[in-house]
Design a binder for this molecule. Structure first.
Ligand SMILES: Cc1cc2nc3c(=O)[nH]c(=O)nc-3n(C[C@H](O)[C@H](O)[C@H](O)COP(=O)(O)OP(=O)(O)OC[C@H]3O[C@@H](n4cnc5c(N)ncnc54)[C@H](O)[C@@H]3O)c2cc1C
Length: 468
């Protein structure tokens, strides 16, 4: 049983990060109440919000392992060992993500994960969830938060000595922080939106495409992707500009939509029986990058997850990064509790937390934006594919000193900022090695070794198993 602390704390937002955080805090003995705007998704059929499924990798899995939930969550995951690229003519090319099958990402259902986390928090740790409660205002000086009930319209005020804001990219708690004079924020909306479409399972069961892959139809300024679901379906996501000649705005009727799909994604049309209905009826989602600071106010409030640092989804790291926030905060809380018995200086703890996380969340935000260009544009480019093959040779020949940026982000816990820095060095090395190279087998391994030793070995050595 958790050790009883005196303090009760409030979490605003029972999405993925808020629900996991509630477990972490309750395990430390705090009395945790979580307020969530939506109804209880375990009792009512509602959209889980954002995407239907998502990819969990090492950072997210590690954060679940600490609370004993990784095995349960992964039991329904579909491992994705690499990218399967679909050309316009239907040709398939597979690009492995890791060094072998053991390095893979996992497609999981957002809704099921959220339900597992809430149920575990409630049943095992006594966390109290309050649904349909929309935080509309907060007074950080007094700790009063005003909630409006989404069904009855009734408002009530709840007082809290500690407020954890995990209410997502459009966070109401962050909006209150923004009123502080020292606040810095940049919130950049992507000019692309996204729309989800469904590939059903084969009648009688089974997947209609390779199940252990993340499918991509890269088309330059836009793309379609598909992630497998446990039931045998795939959820496709079309990323398309909002405005412009080829955009959500320009596809105004069925004929235009069908001709767009026939021209760009002919192989997928037979797999999407409800394309017309889904295209016009499913919502078009928006994506934003939020970089802000500070994430805390005195000893009262702190932000975690998308509320602190929303990023675009093209590295599959938003949730993973938010889960890592919980783990890092837990490490710091553990240290404070071990040294002092109870937290003597919350302001210091909150400040230390966000100052250590911010360089890393900024780095993954930038890498995610770069990866959008890579996924939609470069994965079909011969020069880029050659570089990827050379990178694989370097990974195989220099496993200690050359781990790709993708591998560092996805299959390790080294700080995102270090992965970013190392990726820049690697790009320089790859540029030099590939300048006049036509075939990967002609790679000059002696030169590669020299460059790696000169540029990279010491940086990798410094990492030395470091974690955020
Ligand atoms: C298309 C897409 C694909 C993605 N794919 C991946 C992926 O493959 N891997 C990955 O790691 N990440 C992925 N992400 C990112 C991931 O979805 C987010 O990083 C993650 O959901 C963040 O969790 P969160 O709990 O911080 O925020 P959210 O999931 O947004 O949860 C916030 C919660 O707060 C509630 N809330 C909001 N406002 C209020 C309020 N005023 N009062 C009370 N409650 C409130 C909301 O209802 C919600 O339940 C993807 C995102 C998108 C859009």
């Amino acid at each position: 049983m958790p050790k009883q602390q005196k303090e009760s704390v409030i979490i605003v937002g029972a999405g993925l990060v808020g629900s996991l955080l509630s477990i972490y805090l309750a395990r430390k003995g705090f009395q945790v109440s979580v307020y969530e705007r939506r109804p209880d998704m375990r009792k009512e059929t509602i959209s889980a919000g954002r995407s239907i499924n998502l990819a969990i990798s090492t950072r997210g899995i590690h954060a679940l392992e600490r609370v004993g939930l990784a095995e349960k969550v992964l039991a329904t995951a579909i491992p994705m060992q690499g990218r399967m690229m679909h050309s316009v003519s239907g040709e398939l090319t597979f690009q492995r993500y890791g060094k072998d099958d053991s390095e893979h990402i996992n497609s999981i259902s957002r809704g099921e994960l959220n339900k597992i986390l809430m149920t575990e928090a409630e049943k095992t740790y006594g966390v109290k969830f309050h649904f349909c409660e929309n935080a509309t205002a907060a007074d950080f000086k007094t700790g009063a938060i005003t909630f409006k009930h989404e069904r009855t319209g009734a408002t009530r005020t709840v007082n809290a000595s500690k407020i954890f804001g995990t209410d997502g990219s459009a966070s109401a708690i962050r909006r209150e922080l923004e009123k502080q004079p020292n606040y810095r924020t940049s919130q950049v909306e992507l000019s692309h939106g996204y729309k989800e479409l469904t590939i059903p399972e084969i009648e009688g069961g089974g997947f209609q495409m390779e199940r252990n892959a993340l499918h991509i139809w890269p088309r330059g300024s836009f793309m379609l992707i598909a992630l497998p679901n446990f039931q045998g379906t795939f959820t496709c996501t079309l990323f398309l500009p909002f405005e412009g000649p080829v955009s959500f705005a320009s596809i105004t009727d069925e004929a235009k939509m069908m001709s767009f799909f026939k021209e760009q994604f002919p192989d997928v049309i037979p797999l999407l029986p409800n394309l017309k209905e889904e295209f016009f009826e499913n919502p078009t989602g928006r994506m934003v990058t939020v970089k802000s600071a500070p994430w805390s106010y005195k000893d009262r409030v702190v932000l975690l997850g998308d509320a602190a640092h929303a990023i675009v989804p093209f590295f599959g790291q938003g949730m993973n990064c938010g889960f890592e926030d919980c783990e890092i905060f837990d490490d710091m809380l553990t240290e404070a509790l071990e040294q002092e018995g109870s937290v003597q200086n919350w302001e210091k703890l909150f400040t230390q937390f966000w100052q250590s996380r911010k360089p890393n969340s900024d780095a993954i935000a930038d890498m995610a934006a770069e990866n959008f260009v890579e996924m939609r544009d470069k994965v079909g480019d011969p020069k880029f594919l050659l570089m990827k093959k050379v990178e694989k040779i370097l990974n195989d020949n220099f496993p200690k000193d050359y781990v790709s940026r993708y591998g560092l982000v996805t299959f390790s816990q080294v700080p995102y900022s270090a992965a970013y820095k190392i990726g820049t060095i690697q790009n320089g090395i790859l540029d030099e090695l590939c300048r006049d190279l036509k075939q990967p087998e002609n790679l000059d391994l002696a030169l590669a070794s020299k460059l790696i030793q000169r540029e990279l070995s010491h940086v990798m050595g410094e990492l030395n198993g470091s974690k955020n």
